[in-house]
Design a protein around this ligand. Structure first.
Ligand code: HEM
Length: 401
């Protein structure tokens, strides 16, 4: 069975807002923080968490506040913008102060944007804003500033055939904005970047991505044409494998991001039957080769009468199967990217308690996956996704010890 983890959410407060756009821009991040801290959405109840990226018949705003960040728990919205920032090193004390200021600025801007209370007229479309965010800190910053982060937070090792571009990966702060449309993303990304920069962060890289609009319950597809995100953990499994253990990090998780180039034309030229065997599922309906419905668990031990595995030994879902990892699961919420005809692919985004799981899976995939000739990992990042906050709080409250 497939569901995404739900996040207990706080009840809504009435809206309070009213600063002019010029004032917001003039005073920068600190004022943006104040706006967001004071502003609350009117209609911001959590949405049902099933698959499907379309906005549906009656879209509601997505609540920014809650135990966990909505960019992980909410519906997967069809457009994303990732932004990475560095904090130029000065002294540990000064950099901790900068980080506090950047997180306060981002909290203000993002909560205001999600609530639809920012004064920027470009966000006043007459439609409900649908925005969900993920804010995280990278392992290098966490260790440099001795932040209170999960012990598991660490950079990934190098994998066979990695072709990583450092300028498109890593970073001290990672921000993932997800929205119902490209317009909202562009405007909010600009406001968030301005807020972060005003508080001392330096932009490192950005990356945009997208999904097809799909009806509720319908899994979106990647550019190879396969449904992507079918086998994800239910609430119970997510509590064990995605979110932190009880304590300071219980409502945090770790994001592994990989920018994976895909040879879309080359893969499309392969006969469908072979494509299905490479993945271990049928391209049309996403059903595992061993099952009859999309959400059937792929049975990697099932064999044909002649003794051969039904899901071949190099099939992607065999090598990534949780059965090879003691049942450990990651929550995949990937996006497609299109940076021109020669560079299209997948923004692999997976949330997990311990990125060592990614390392184990990727070590199997990088050596045996049938997809190897058609993909290339070109950028990578890891970030501790901070727990959510209550109204009036600031992201990152758990970091300071
Ligand atoms: C461009 C690269 C990739 C493509 C096109 C791709 C595609 C797919 C597809 C079509 C599925 C089956 C449907 C589903 O359950 O979502 C799948 C499953 C999965 N993939 Fe990938 N994937 C890619 C990279 C990765 C990477 C880098 C990892 C982790 C290292 C990974 C881990 C998984 C996992 C854990 C599953 C679910 C296995 C299961 O529980 O049955 N994938 N992927």
């Amino acid at each position: 069975m497939h569901t995404e983890p739900k996040s207990p959410q706080e009840p809504a407060r009435p809206a309070t807002s009213g600063l002019g756009r010029r004032a917001l821009f003039a005073t920068g991040a600190a004022l943006a923080a104040a706006v967001g801290a004071a502003a609350e959405p009117v209609a911001n109840h959590a949405r049902p968490q099933g698959r499907g990226t379309g906005s549906g018949a009656s879209p509601a705003a997505i609540r920014f506040h809650g135990l966990r960040q909505a960019g992980v728990t909410g519906p997967q919205l069809p457009a994303t913008q990732m932004l990475s920032f560095d904090l130029p090193p000065r002294s540990v004390a000064a950099d901790r102060e900068t980080l506090r200021n950047v997180l306060a600025a981002l909290t203000g801007t993002l909560s205001g944007a999600a609530a639809g209370t920012l004064p920027d007229p470009r966000l006043h479309t007459g439609e409900t804003t649908r925005l969900a965010c993920v804010v995280g800190v990278g392992p290098a910053l966490a260790s440099r500033l001795a932040l209170n982060v999960p012990a598991e937070l660490a950079d990934l090792p190098a994998f066979p055939d990695d072709r990583l571009d450092a300028a498109r990966g890593n970073g001290d702060l990672l921000l993932q904005l997800c929205a119902a449309d490209r317009w909202t993303l562009t405007v909010v990304a600009e406001l968030a970047a301005t807020a972060a920069q005003s508080a001392g962060a330096v932009p490192r890289w950005t990356q945009s991505g997208f999904l097809p609009h799909t009806a509720p319950g319908v899994t979106p597809r990647n550019l190879f044409g396969f449904k992507d995100g079918t086998a994800n953990p239910d609430d119970t499994a997510a509590g064990r494998w995605v979110w932190g253990p009880p304590g300071a990090h219980e409502h945090g998780t770790i994001l592994v991001y990989r920018r994976i180039h895909m040879d879309v034309a080359g893969f499309a030229a392969i006969p469908e039957d072979r494509q299905n065997k490479m993945i271990g599922r049928r391209i049309g309906d996403g059903v595992p080769l061993t099952g009859t419905a999309e959400h059937d668990d792929p049975d990697i031990y099932a064999k044909h009468a002649d003794g051969a595995y039904i899901i071949p030994v190099t099939a992607h879902v065999r090598l990534s199967s949780p059965r090879l990892d003691g049942g450990a699961r990651m929550l995949r919420r990937s996006y497609n990217y299109d940076d021109g005809p020669d560079d299209r692919g997948l923004l692999f985004c997976a949330f997990m308690r311990d990125p060592a799981l990614f390392t184990r899976v990727q070590n199997r995939l990088a050596t045996r996956d049938a997809l190897i000739p058609f993909i290339e990992h070109r950028a990578s990042a890891v970030a501790y996704v901070l727990p959510g906050i209550n109204p009036g709080g600031t992201l990152g409250e758990q970091l300071w010890r």
